[in-house]
Design a protein around this ligand. Structure first.
Ligand SMILES: [Zn+2]
Length: 135
């Protein structure tokens, strides 16, 4: 009779242990998956930074032509769209930091550079380059 209860106890114990192990597995699997995702996201960011650093160093290189050319195209497209956006919004590009600034602003709200002076200087440069005769 005592054997029956010992066996029953052992059976119940095993059952409870299996439930605990499975719960632990599910939590462990989720945790490991989360850690893998975090590591992959970090790796993706590092690859992106490396790619950008490489591109900036070798933007004229054809070594990775199939990857470099679309980046050059995308940058050109972004510049064109930014100019279009500036026109549509009635803004101008800060000559110092590149932020979009309302055309009537006196200072860039991002970097604080005086817009009119910076613009005038840029205009003056353009004018002088036209006016100075080639010697
Ligand atoms: Zn600025």
């Amino acid at each position: 009779m005592s054997g029956f209860f010992e066996n029953l106890g052992a059976t119940l114990g095993n059952g409870a242990r299996n439930v605990v192990d499975k719960t632990k597995d599910v939590a462990g699997v989720a945790s490991i998956k989360a850690q893998i995702s975090t590591a992959q996201a970090g790796l993706g960011k590092l690859y992106k930074e490396l790619g950008k650093a490489y591109f900036e160093e070798h933007s004229d290189s054809d070594e990775y032509g199939p990857l470099m050319e679309p980046i050059r195209d995308a940058l050109k497209k972004i510049t064109e769209l930014e100019e279009k956006l500036a026109d549509a919004q009635g803004t101008t590009k800060c000559p110092s930091c590149g932020a979009q600034v309302p055309k009537d602003s006196q200072f860039c709200p991002t970097c604080g550079v005086p817009i009119d002076i910076a613009k005038a200087a840029a205009d003056a440069e353009d004018d002088s380059s036209k006016e100075i005769p080639i010697e």
